[in-house]
Write a protein that binds this ligand. Structure first.
Ligand code: 5GP
Length: 114
């Protein structure tokens, strides 16, 4: 049975559909959603369903490689060119402690141009 909501991450609750979100991709191991406060014309979050707090908690190169390839696969479905960002730790700007990769894209003339 699932842990009480308070013990689960925001993204686990989104995966469980307890919190609504705009899902753009989902399979057995990943979900990708639109960021609620987009910082670019296209702003997606690629989230592994296996919970780790921070990207550097992933120690298996195959798991890390699969996450990276999933992020680039989803990014390329939405934009020819894009920026991938990972914030790691509060001091690195991370707010949600469930590993995720930001996809930022869609500027008319390169990053931060709109
Ligand atoms: P972090 O700073 O942890 O790397 O990024 C967390 C991201 O999650 C932020 O860009 C923030 O806008 C986004 N976010 C926070 N709460 C929600 C939510 O409830 N739904 C969605 N779709 N995104 C969220």
């Amino acid at each position: 049975k699932p842990a009480p909501a308070a013990q689960r991450t925001l993204f686990e609750r989104i995966i469980a559909r307890e919190i609504p979100s705009q899902v753009v991709y989902e399979d057995e191991n990943y979900i990708a959603i639109k960021d609620i406060a987009p910082k670019a014309p296209i702003h997606l979050l690629v989230i592994p369903k296996r919970v780790t707090a921070r990207v550097d908690d992933i120690t298996d190169p195959l798991e890390m490689g699969r996450l990276w390839l999933k992020a680039t696969e989803i990014a390329r479905e939405h934009a020819a060119d894009y920026r991938l960002v990972v914030n790691c730790g509060a001091g690195g700007g991370q707010m949600v402690f469930h590993t995720h990769i930001h996809i930022l894209a869609g500027w008319k003339d390169g990053p931060d141009s709109d």
